[in-house]
Design a protein around this ligand. Structure first.
Ligand code: PEP
Ligand code: MG
Length: 598
């Protein structure tokens, strides 16, 4: 039966494929495809875990005190029986051999299947046995996580590329941590759906950087959609259609072909300089997460990297952070890949929805920090770990010997943080000089992403060579909306007059001071905001490479002088979005924008 699930559109286009469900288990589970030659190894891991759990349960049985209720032993017997039941272990092996899932993923996929069967049972007693199967699987997953730290590292190279199937796949998950999303980056998946997340959550950002359709905040999706269901992801409207009729399927296949044609048409703009009708040159830069993203930036016609989010190098490392040489190699790789174009490297921005270790949003919200977005994040974390920070600065400075590097500092708010940052930077430079290590004197910029920084911009302009406005966080902190929380996503409004006022003032003041200013939040890559940002005087936009062609098209059709005439009326309006559409948007463009607008 066809059903529709609604969420937030975060990455455009249409994806059609079979659902691969990543269940949110109580035990944190890694999901990756294994190479075919690793199938016996994964099955062996499953067997070892089963033996270990059987021993554990046998031991528990022996230790049951004589006066304990007899049901306790009976329960342990049920667990032993379930443990050896073919519908659990036999079917799990099938997920491993046929789908090439790693053992943990295979087990949680099978749990999902069994849990649904239990839910549908008429008999109360049998239905309640679902809790037992969950407990047994949990024991197995825990046993596997005890064996798996080294295994994880060993197979990390094989993730994703080993899917041997023919049919397109789409990923459906309760939640995907940004670090896991990154592992799916070069994956076989044609689209993503998650139950949680907001439009500018980092999971959504990485999905967008992959340029594949995605819907987040779809609440019940992972409960309503089953393994192998055919699914259409409409990334423009934020709708997921499960088990579509042939007619609906045909309609979406048509839309898919149309959007492919549109992409091909826009791709032809790659070598066209981004110059407005009145001759204003605009720099279109790329946001990247890994050095491997640099070729896509060049291919899209980016004139440099405006934001390299280095924190993705720091994630999921089981407590062992990258050392100076490893970081240096990564930064150098990005710089060399950009072939002489500038690369803006941002120091690590961990915390909030980008924890160092794999962690679900619910764990983050409820168990770790009361309010991670307001906690020890970005520069606050770096300043609390000065030797780590110095190490990263040295690695970035060393990469500057291989091309044009600019250094960017995230989340600054206090004069004191600025002072400490420069002290640590001076010390890092001194250390390199003392050791005779090559580096150059890089430009240093500040992210303006906390209202306190935007309101005190002259301080920042005095200390820094350039500023980069991080609208994702600036909106989050101005409107007090957690950008990763789907429950308040409807209030996350980039068009809010207070937000626009902060951005307009920052651009104006930076230009007056003769300092370079760019926007590197998601607004920069959204064509709906291009006329507005141009009118504000912005001439440097940084975005995912895939967004560059559409923004460039908008720039080519714009006249900044005409746009600027109406800026005051948009900023003064109670409804700047409506006003900007009235003044600046053609009918065709308006239709395309509706999907993204709040
Ligand atoms: C921003 O906040 O706008 C930004 C670019 O940084 P991030 O999305 O990584 O927080
Ligand atoms: Mg930010």
């Amino acid at each position: 039966m066809t059903l529709q699930v609604f969420g937030l559109p975060v990455s455009r286009g249409v994806a059609i494929g079979r659902a691969v469900l990543v269940a949110s288990s109580r035990v944190d589970v890694a999901h990756y495809f294994i190479a075919p030659d690793q199938i016996p190894h994964e099955i062996e891991r499953l067997r070892q875990a089963r033996d270990a759990v059987a021993d554990e349960i046998e031991r528990l049985k022996r230790e049951v005190p004589d006066d304990a209720p007899p049901e306790l032993v009976a329960l342990l017997d049920v667990h032993l029986m379930l443990l050896h039941d073919e519908t659990l272990t036999g079917a799990t092996k099938q997920w491993i051999t046929e789908r090439h899932y790693n053992a943990e993923w295979a087990l949680s996929a099978q749990l999902e299947v069994l849990a649904r069967q239990f839910d549908e049972m008429e008999d109360d007693y049998l239905r309640e046995r679902k809790a037992d199967i969950e407990q047994v699987v949990e024991r197995l997953l825990r046993a596997m996580s005890r064996q798996s730290v080294s295994t994880l590292a060993a197979v990390s190279q094989t993730r994703e590329r080993d899917w041997g199937g023919e049919e397109p796949l789409v990923l459906i998950a309760g939640d995907i941590a940004p670090a896991d999303m990154l592992q799916f980056k070069r994956s076989v998946f044609q689209g993503f759906v998650t139950d949680v997340g907001g439009r500018t959550s980092h999971t959504a950002i990485v999905a967008r950087s992959m340029d594949i359709p995605a819907v987040v905040g779809a609440r019940e999706a992972s409960r309503l959609i089953r393994q192998d269901d055919w699914v259409i992801i409409d990334g423009d409207a934020g709708v997921v259609i499960v088990d579509p009729s042939p007619m609906v399927l045909e309609e979406y296949r048509f839309r898919q072909r149309q959007s492919q044609l549109e992409r091909e048409r826009l791709a032809r703009l790659r070598h066209t300089p981004a110059v407005t009708l009145d001759g204003e040159q605009v720099a279109l830069l790329a946001n990247i997460e890994l050095p491997q993203d640099a070729p896509a930036a060049l291919a899209a016609g980016a004139v440099g990297v405006g934001l390299f989010r280095t924190e993705f190098l720091f994630m999921n490392r089981q407590g062992e952070l990258p050392g100076e040489d490893e970081q240096y190699e990564a930064y150098r790789a990005a710089v060399e890949a950009m072939q002489g174009l500038p690369v803006t490297i941002r120091t690590v921005d961990v915390g909030a929805d980008k924890p160092l270790e794999r962690m679900s949003m619910s764990e983050l919200r409820h168990e770790h920090t009361l309010n991670p977005a307001l906690g020890l994040r970005a520069i606050r974390w770096s300043l609390s770990e000065p030797s780590m920070f110095r190490m990263q600065l040295r690695a970035i400075l060393r990469a500057s010997a291989h091309g044009k590097v600019r250094l960017l500092i995230p989340m600054l708010a206090h004069a004191n943080e600025i002072r400490q940052t420069f002290e640590i930077l001076a010390r890092a430079k001194q250390q390199l000089r003392d050791a005779g290590v090559a580096h150059t004197d890089v430009e240093v910029g500040a992210m303006i992403e906390v209202p306190a920084a935007a309101l005190q911009l002259p301080l920042f302009l005095r200390h820094f060579d350039f500023i980069s406005i991080g609208t994702n966080d600036l909106i989050q902190y101005t409107l007090a909306i957690d950008r990763a929380d789907e429950a308040v996503a409807h209030l996350y409004d980039p068009w809010h007059p207070a937000v626009l006022r902060l951005i307009a003032d920052a651009i104006r003041l930076a230009r007056q001071a003769g300092k370079d200013v760019s926007v590197c939040g998601e607004m920069a890559g959204e064509p709906a905001f291009t006329p507005l940002l141009l009118a504000m005087g912005l001439r440097s936009f940084s975005m995912h490479p895939s967004q560059i062609p559409a923004v460039k098209q908008r720039i080519l059709r714009s006249d900044t002088q005409k746009l600027a005439l109406h800026l005051a009326s948009v900023l003064a309006s109670d409804d700047p979005h409506a006003e900007s559409k009235r003044l600046w948007t053609s009918g065709r463009e308006a239709a395309a924008e509706r999907a993204f607008s709040p």
